[in-house]
Ligand binder design. Sequence first.
Ligand SMILES: NC(=O)c1ccc[n+]([C@@H]2O[C@H](COP(=O)([O-])OP(=O)(O)OC[C@H]3O[C@@H](n4cnc5c(N)ncnc54)[C@H](OP(=O)(O)O)[C@@H]3O)[C@@H](O)[C@H]2O)c1
Length: 360
Amino acid sequence: MDRASLPRPGAAGVTLTPRGYRVGVLGATGAVGSTILDVLAESEFPAAEVVPFASERSAGRSIEWNGAQIQVRALSDETIQGLDVVLSSAGGTVSAEWAPRLVDAGAVVVDNTSYWRMHDDVPLVVAGVNPDAAEAHSGIVANPNCTTMVAMMALAPIHRAVGLERLVVSSYQAVSGTGQKAVEELRTQAQQVLEGNESPAAEVYPHQIAFNVLPQVETFKDGDDYTTEERKVMAETRKILGLGEEVGISATCARVPVFTGHSESVNVQTRDDLSAQACRDLLDASPGVTVVDEPGEGRYPMAIDATGRDDVLVGRIRRDPGQERCLNLWVAGDNLRKGAATNAVQVAELLVERGLLNGS
Ligand SMILES: NC(=O)c1ccc[n+]([C@@H]2O[C@H](COP(=O)([O-])OP(=O)(O)OC[C@H]3O[C@@H](n4cnc5c(N)ncnc54)[C@H](OP(=O)(O)O)[C@@H]3O)[C@@H](O)[C@H]2O)c1
């Protein structure tokens, strides 16, 4: 049931100028950054040169990109000169300091961290959902949180068609959403437990993640009983879809022992009625979304099927029997691809297409 997808980066229909751009990839050795390099290599983004950046620990290391060896650099006033666009995923602290410095040096930064997302003068852009927001950038365009991004692909078409009244999102998030160290933590814990040994002590997460489910993604800040991840999902959804406080949004985020692919149960109450079949038809026609909804045949969105693809899978579409104008959906998406890298490359393409890079 593969249907309409967003044009792959560089695919026919996406008009890119012939000029070659110097593209920085900040965090290039990490989970998101290495996926950005993969997506860039698969795309036809007109890159004259790709410059990978990481911490001092990785500086000088060679990595293979598109059949060539490219050398990882550390950030400095010298190394950041002459870049047209930087796809950044080295954590919030690095972005807080270096995004403005990269902008001063002439680049437009597409930032994957949470640091800039809620700043008023920074557009928060999901390609295929609110591309026009990018027009107002002042040097930085933010990529939403991966859980928000996956939900947006299903919810934006519904919002456009019938309006959202209330959302309840429950996520089942993969460990690669926390980065490479978390992937290693799940792997080593699972190996040890399967060999009959005690699990090594948890370092990345507050508890053992192998064979467990943690109802905590990120941290509880300042006595809040929602986690910072849950707050991001709620706030970013409002910013991207332009929802006011009259629309109720509630999120519960859980970490599950899955390497890649975030799954989400979404309970959506709409302003106007939308039948389950009309919702299927609507999402089937939505770029970047694939409906997989034959539950009786065992066909529904699963993390392992969502992994490695750029579209988001939606299924288990059914009426909420207890509430008027209310549907339940199950959504699965690759947190590293559409949840981060694919969207970053699509936003970079948007900047080229619309002449929004400096000097273009
Ligand atoms: N993982 C996801 O699914 C996902 C999705 C959306 C957004 N994000 C966000 O993207 C960011 C990166 O996530 P990740 O999962 O890719 O993490 P990760 O696997 O831990 O990678 C972190 C990257 O940042 C680099 N780095 C660390 N400190 C640095 C410094 N001082 N200067 C320059 N580079 C530095 C690391 O380089 P070294 O290898 O040299 O240490 C590495 O390349 C986070 O802000 C995260 O919230 C992640």
